[in-house]
Design a protein around this ligand. Structure first.
Ligand SMILES: Cc1cc2nc3c(=O)[nH]c(=O)nc-3n(C[C@H](O)[C@H](O)[C@H](O)COP(=O)(O)O)c2cc1C
Length: 189
């Protein structure tokens, strides 16, 4: 293989394409598309989201200390893109996308009903990194649509149809096919 050196950037793929909901002091909800989302701890269950301070959602999440991670399916890809190119300062993204806000259990931002999985989160820490602030959130409640639920609380990925955002190409991709499962090579190598 012949490698080409490029200047250091955040080229990494695949990344999750997620819809994060947040709410202002009057209760008006907003949606922001984020790809810089990760799982960072299991006990307690925690996620990270990385947001530029200039985003409207940044101020809302910083003030309320709450957000919901909603996992979209590929059927919603146009809405995922739209929530990432317009601001809640100018547009009511719930009306614009016709997505349905649904009351959460432990936090004020709503769940997005059309997303099969919703993770309610409370902010534990905010770390300023430079261009972005990293919000570390504890997952305090989870909602999963029963149509994508398999035995033992596992998710049926063929039905959930998650979307990958590829940082190296600026494109959305679907997941393709199952290649194996965690630990399937044990004893075979
Ligand atoms: C696929 C995709 C991924 C994005 N990921 C991030 C991200 O991880 N962090 C971020 O600050 N902005 C990200 N953005 C940009 C915001 O979604 C965008 O600026 C949005 O309009 C901000 O909305 P708001 O002003 O209502 O908060 C992403 C946009 C797209 C389309």
């Amino acid at each position: 293989m012949s490698k080409v050196n490029l200047k250091p950037t955040t080229t990494m793929f695949p990344l999750p394409a997620m819809l994060i909901t947040c709410v202002d002091a009057s209760g008006k909800p907003n949606i922001i598309t984020l790809a810089w989302v990760g799982v960072v701890n299991s006990e307690p269950p925690m996620v990270s989201i990385s947001i530029r301070p200039s985003r409207h959602s940044h101020g809302l999440i910083k003030a309320s200390q709450e957000f919901v991670v909603n996992i979209p399916s590929e059927k919603m890809i146009g809405k995922v893109d739209l929530c990432g190119v317009v601001s809640g300062r100018d547009v009511d993204k719930f009306s614009e996308t016709e997505l349905t806000p649904m009351p959460a259990q432990e936090v004020s931002p709503p769940l997005i009903e059309e997303c099969y999985v919703n993770l309610e989160c409370k902010v534990k820490r905010i770390i300023s990194l430079g261009s972005h602030d990293l919000f570390l959130g504890e997952i305090v409640a989870i909602h999963i649509d029963d149509t994508v639920l398999k035995e033992k609380g596992r998710i049926n990925i063929a039905k959930a149809l998650p979307v990958a955002y590829c940082g190296g190409s600026h494109e959305y991709w679907s997941m393709g096919k199952k290649l194996g499962w965690y630990g399937y090579t044990k004893g075979k190598l």
